[in-house]
Ligand binder design. Structure first.
Ligand code: ZN
Length: 244
């Protein structure tokens, strides 16, 4: 099982980079988690777009779904060229009916997930935790039965993250604010809050992501390392975790 960071910015992409998007691969299956702005361009440095088997979305904010439309165009072009045949499944919640409806096209299939149940997206099993955010949003626990990755998506701090993340191999957190700032009013977390989840859940490794367009990111890492004594990394394009 392997995860590669494609996009890590919050809100909008800085030059030549992308907002939230991660590629998770195992036994030849490729799952895209969120598909933010700039993701399709950056993704091609790591995988052929035609090799993506499924997409799963946390919520419908632009910095998580902006490139779904152009992904649909890519599927259209590649289908017309005869390079692919199947519709691409896009898993998402249905609490935003307009957003969910837009995931369906002649080349993509909107697949609703019930956040109260665990779903199978071959070869992964995925469970959900509702986040604290201005719109309905779900964090995800993704496992292949041997290893587990938890992605908080966008969220203010809530203690439920600790149980949900317990013992994960990798925890990827929304870290959109620095220690001492009021991240909760925006539905996000600080470095200190993110790291406290990692420490309390005793995860193996912490990635700080959904990074802000202000301040010095090395400070986020230091603030997190003061709280969580395992491995802490700042998300960056190409940052990879592998179970091998
Ligand atoms: Zn959001």
């Amino acid at each position: 099982m392997k995860i590669t960071t494609i996009g890590f910015w919050g809100a909008y992409p800085a030059q030549n980079s992308a907002t939230s998007c991660y590629l998770i691969e195992d036994v030849g299956y490729s799952l895209l988690v969120d598909c933010g702005s700039g993701a399709l361009s950056r993704l091609q440095g790591y995988i052929s777009l035609n090799s993506i088997d499924a997409v799963i979305l946390s919520h419908y904010h632009h910095d998580h779904v902006a490139d779904v439309g152009v992904l649909q165009h890519a599927r259209l072009v590649q289908t017309k060229l005869g390079h692919i045949q199947d519709k691409l499944p896009i898993y998402a919640h249905k609490e935003d009916e307009v957003g969910f409806g837009e995931l369906s096209s002649s080349y993509t299939e909107a697949c609703p997930y019930d956040p109260d149940t665990t779903i199978s997206v071959r070869p992964f099993t995925i469970s959900f935790l509702k986040t604290v955010h201005p719109v309905p949003c779900y964090g995800m626990k993704i496992t292949n039965g041997k290893h587990t990755i938890v992605y908080t998506a966008d969220t203010a701090y809530q203690k439920e993250w600790v149980d949900f993340s317990e013992g994960a191999d990798l925890l990827i957190t929304d870290t959109n604010f620095y220690k001492g700032m009021d991240a909760a009013q925006a539905g996000h977390m600080t470095s200190e809050e993110a790291a406290s989840i990692a420490a309390d859940a005793d995860v193996n490794e912490l990635w700080l992501s959904h990074l802000p367009h202000f301040g010095n990111h090395s400070r986020l890492k230091q603030e997190a390392a003061d709280v969580f004594h395992g491995e802490v990394k700042l998300a960056s394009e190409g940052l990879r975790w592998s179970s091998e």
